[in-house]
Design a protein around this ligand. Structure first.
Ligand code: GRF
Length: 209
């Protein structure tokens, strides 16, 4: 059983997509036990409350140092029995000790086809601006395992969308987000059903839909 902690800083539409897939019975053996945000105003926290899911605001700013902050995060995760982490628009760096503790059990979604358009500065609208600036004809979304190399962890699933000549960063972000809402629940389903085999950097998806 996946007991998922979702980390989110923003509106939480990916969190919603996963939760709805669980409620609809499309993702079994998984439950979201907690949503954590660094941002007390995050729509994701509001959304969590509306689902009756514990919503916790926990920010580095509330602590003296990184270590204290990470210790608190770990405690919160333990208290809620989280054994899996889903980053869904979480805008802060995760400490490597936590990444190691949740090795192969921490996912992220990125709004492009990694390794393209990933890395430093590639977040939010910057990603779509870069795609258009490079005149790429295809972009998409990537779900990957989080390791200590930013945006570089093993790829679990990717899906493409076409870039049309009249796309703007905003229209592209909407198109990609729609794809994300299919891809992320699907990735969680595969983990929940034990359909993912990880061998170092290599991810084998046993039964994709
Ligand atoms: C998504 O585009 C995701 O790829 C990126 O942050 C955004 C989060 O959107 N990591 P939402 O808060 O899930 O709506």
């Amino acid at each position: 059983m996946l007991n998922i902690a979702v980390f989110a800083s923003g509106q939480g539409s990916n969190f919603r997509a996963i939760q709805e897939a669980i409620l609809a019975g499309n993702v079994r053996n998984a439950t979201i036990v907690l949503v954590i945000s660094n941002n007390s105003d995050a729509g994701a926290l509001e959304l969590a409350r509306s689902y009756g899911i514990p919503a916790v605001h926990c920010s580095r700013k509330q602590f003296q140092g990184d270590e204290e902050f990470t210790t608190k995060l770990s405690k919160i995760l333990e208290q809620h029995g989280a054994n899996f982490i889903v980053l869904a628009g979480y805008m802060k760096k995760i400490d490597s000790s936590l990444i190691r503790r949740y090795k192969n059990r921490m996912l992220n979604i990125h709004p492009a086809l990694l390794p393209a358009f990933g890395g430093a500065g590639m977040y939010g609208m910057h990603v779509h601006e870069a795609v258009l600036a490079q005149r790429a004809t295809v972009t998409g979304a990537t779900v990957h395992i989080v390791d200590e190399e930013y945006d570089r962890g093993p790829i679990v699933l990717q899906r493409e969308v076409n870039v049309s000549p009249d796309d703007t960063p905003e229209s592209l972000s909407k198109k990609v987000l729609r794809i994300e809402h299919e891809l992320y629940p699907e990735a969680v389903r595969l983990f929940a059903e034990g359909q993912i085999e990880i061998d170092g950097e290599h991810v084998k998806v046993l039964n994709a839909r």
